[in-house]
Design a protein around this ligand. Structure first.
Ligand code: F6P
Length: 380
């Protein structure tokens, strides 16, 4: 297949970016509007704000005379040809809803050659000129690979984990942090009443952004994250010092991906992975809770927040960020600027090559973690 080297646009995909200049979208000879179709899908774990971004894509597409085709259940829908036209009417009222009206999956579009053939055939069949792929690291890595195969793709970063490089924030994160902060506030009152330690396990497979941010916001007494190794001796000393100083309760926030080795456990063998290649979790929160109670003799309870963090209505911040991302992605499509991901840098929406977004994860800034360590736990 021949491709345009600048934008990776395959010549046999029905998209002519050369005519897609400001004012383009019109057939010059007939002055009839040329309708172009954007396919939009959500892949990977869901998060609050997905519907806001879907709505923004559909609404801003109208400005450029684009039609929007919703692809159901991530890449799987493009393999199966499972699509639905999105209209002003169908995206009405979805802005505040959690989850994704399109459904999602963790399908890898390039795992089987036959699947990718189906994707190309469906792109042709439905007259899709460009794809807007809304996803986290896994889905955007696949978008990068699909773009390399010559499909016009624009990516939008989403994840509660906030671990995508090149963007200061992903939407979904602010909502998850608010949910965790509220939970910590609630747990504080019961921990204090019962003079207990409460361990709160939060999401964060590889990074501790939720743990650190909600830990600061909720006034946690210890925060344990995958990026920073810890020892049980040090954690116990910190909590005991608090106890001895008269604070007879503690809140310990631990990210699910914190190192089980630090708790004195063998790490999970490479072959014990889920179907997406993710490390299987051993339940660090429960293990930590048992170990704290055994070592300190202080009654301890564990709360695993789990998927509660992924649900619910997006915060105003996430709704606005998702909307800005959706509008910016459509602008990239209009400009024929493919192989890119929209990003927030400072307060500006910009775009970066997908390649640079997915090469590595954005881990917690050490200075931010240090700030958290400065303020948590009271006088040591
Ligand atoms: O969205 C990322 C994430 O929230 C991780 O922190 C978590 O481990 C994972 O999703 C769990 O996703 P699922 O249960 O849907 O596979």
């Amino acid at each position: 297949m021949k491709t345009d080297e600048t934008h990776n646009i395959p010549h046999d995909v029905p998209f002519d970016h050369h005519s897609d200049k400001p004012g383009a979208g019109h057939n010059e000879s007939s002055s009839c509007p040329v309708i172009k179709t954007i396919g939009v899908l959500t892949g990977g774990g869901d998060c609050p704000g997905l519907n806001a971004v879907i709505r923004a894509v559909e609404r801003s597409g109208i400005k450029y005379n684009f039609e929007t085709l919703g692809i159901r259940n991530g890449w799987q829908g493009l393999i199966d040809g499972d699509v639905e036209p999105l209209t002003d009417f169908s995206v009405s009222g979805i802005l505040p809803k959690g989850g994704t009206i399109l459904g999602t999956s963790r399908t890898n579009p390039l795992k089987k050659t036959s699947d990718f053939q189906k994707i190309k055939a469906n792109i042709k069949k439905f007259g899709i000129h460009a794809l807007i792929i809304i996803g986290g690291d896994g889905t955007l890595s696949a978008a990068r690979d699909v773009a390399k195969q010559g499909i016009p793709v624009v990516g939008i970063p989403k994840t509660i984990d906030n671990d995508i490089c090149g963007t200061d924030m992903t939407f979904g994160f602010d909502t998850a942090v608010s949910t965790v902060t509220e939970a910590i506030d609630r747990l504080h009152t019961t921990a204090e009443s019962h003079h207990r330690i409460i361990v709160v396990e939060v999401m964060g497979r590889n990074v501790g952004w939720i743990a650190v941010t909600a830990g600061i916001a909720g006034g946690a007494d210890e925060i344990l994250i995958p990026e920073v190794h810890f020892t049980m001796d040090r954690v116990c000393k910190k909590l005991k010092d608090r106890y001895d100083a008269g604070k007879k309760f503690s809140i310990v926030v631990i990210a699910e991906g914190a190192h089980e080795k630090d708790l004195g456990l063998a790490s999970v063998p490479e072959n014990e992975r889920d179907e997406c290649g993710h490390e299987k979790f051993v339940g660090v929160g429960n293990i930590l809770g048992k170990e704290l109670e055994r070592r300190l003799g202080i009654e301890t309870r564990v709360t695993i927040l789990g998927h509660v963090q992924r649900g619910g209505s997006p915060t105003a911040y996430d709704r606005v960020l998702a909307t800005r991302f959706g509008v910016a992605a459509v602008q990239l499509v209009h400009a024929g600027d493919f192989g890119k991901m929209v990003a927030l840098q400072g307060n500006r929406i910009t775009s970066i090559p997908l390649e640079s977004a997915v090469n590595q994860l954005k881990t917690v800034d050490p200075e931010f973690y240090e700030l958290a360590m400065t303020v948590i736990g009271g006088r040591k």
